[in-house]
Design a protein around this ligand. Structure first.
Ligand SMILES: Cc1cc2nc3c(=O)[nH]c(=O)nc-3n(C[C@H](O)[C@H](O)[C@H](O)COP(=O)(O)O)c2cc1C
Length: 118
């Protein structure tokens, strides 16, 4: 699976990752009536994002580091796994980080990304 996530020499930090989870865009079954308003794929991306969030939080709570990875070679993935033709939304790599502190990062300011009532 690692080779699916390291095309073009990307994501070198995954060299020693221990496990990988591929999150596929599956088919959702909407509640009766909802299909009149939404197509069945309407919420799948949110379900996948939530799953990735909970997976990474659960891993962290057990002392396991993780990284969400969108750089996926889907052809290679489909070669090794039965993806049944479903697109891979993202993968989550799990392992034990070499870093002992959180690297500095440029963040958007809270006020710039949260809209408040006028
Ligand atoms: C859908 C998605 C795909 C991502 N793909 C990659 C990737 O391929 N390579 C990478 O280095 N970071 C990727 N990232 C970014 C990291 O997973 C991580 O979310 C980002 O560094 C922010 O983490 P932090 O808020 O803990 O610093 C991706 C993030 C998301 C949400």
């Amino acid at each position: 699976m690692r080779s699916c996530l390291q095309d073009d020499d990307r994501n070198k930090f995954l060299d020693n990752a221990s496990a990988f989870v591929a999150l596929l865009d599956g088919k959702a079954v909407l509640k009766p009536g909802s299909e009149k308003k939404f197509t069945s794929d309407r919420f799948v991306k949110y379900d996948v994002g939530q799953f990735a969030a909970y997976l990474t939080l659960a891993a962290e709570s057990k002392g396991i580091s993780s990284c969400i990875v969108g750089w996926v070679n889907e052809d290679t993935l489909a070669h090794y796994f039965p993806t049944e033709g479903l697109p891979c939304a993202m993968a989550v790599a799990l392992g034990f980080s070499n870093e002992t502190s959180v690297p500095p990062k440029k963040r958007n300011r809270f006020e710039d990304i949260v809209l408040t009532e006028k």
